[in-house]
Design a binder for this molecule. Sequence first.
Ligand SMILES: [Zn+2]
Length: 293
Amino acid sequence: MLNAFTVDVEDYFQVGAFADRIPTSSWDDFEGRVVPNTRSVLDLLEKHQVRGTFFILGWTAQHYPELVRDIQRGGHEIGSHSHWHQLIYEMTPEEFADDLKLSCRIIEDITSEPVKMFRAPSFSVTGQSLWALDILAENGIEFDSSIFPVHHDRYGIPDAEPFPYRIENEQGGLWEFPPSVYRVANRMNLPVAGGGYFRLYPARLTIECIHRINRSGQPFMFYIHPWEVDPEQPRLPCGWRSRFRHYQNLGSTHRKLDRLLGEVSFGTMTDALQPSLEQSACTASSTKISAGS
Ligand SMILES: [Zn+2]
């Protein structure tokens, strides 16, 4: 079974944890490190012959179009991670639609391919911003990975489906492939999908969770950010919680990723969704046949 390997392509100063202190208007003042960091992840994927899905910030694509071309040339999938990395539940539907369209236009101008995938900044499709799903479908997004089924102070719908599912709406619907969680004692969802959780837990715990989820017949959704393989990144002023979330174990992430890619089978988001898509097509055609008979 193939699991989804995804990368949210953004720089260390653009993350939600620093948004209060670093306005988007000052992004140009920072030393950009996203290109070498993303290349480091690309090199690891090449070493393990894995193709992944890269959700790229429109701003990043605009500033580094050659990086987008390199990702595309590597055979990876490309989606949008919005343009300005704003929390969706703090935007109006109109603001979100404008931001999404801007990011897609910039990426499509570089790749000459339609953007069909999206991941919200900080997984900010929550109970307050489910309207975003209509806007995504309206703008050609067919696959989303933004609804984290966990309790968290910034994101999450704790009782959302933990495995890929279809969302139908008036705009034609889309697939949701949630970041993975591991159900503990039938009581709570432990986030194990990647990012800070991957840096915090031993690699063997993540790998064991992936194998258990695969044994239950489901694919795993993994995510990482380029800045997470960069222990040399400049330290930014922030509170203790953000410091812990952003800087813990940066020095060991590259090594852990190397191990993960060696022990688990990964592909793009659509590769990992393939069994769900086929099953859904099968169910739809058998429904048609029984409706027709
Ligand atoms: Zn992000």
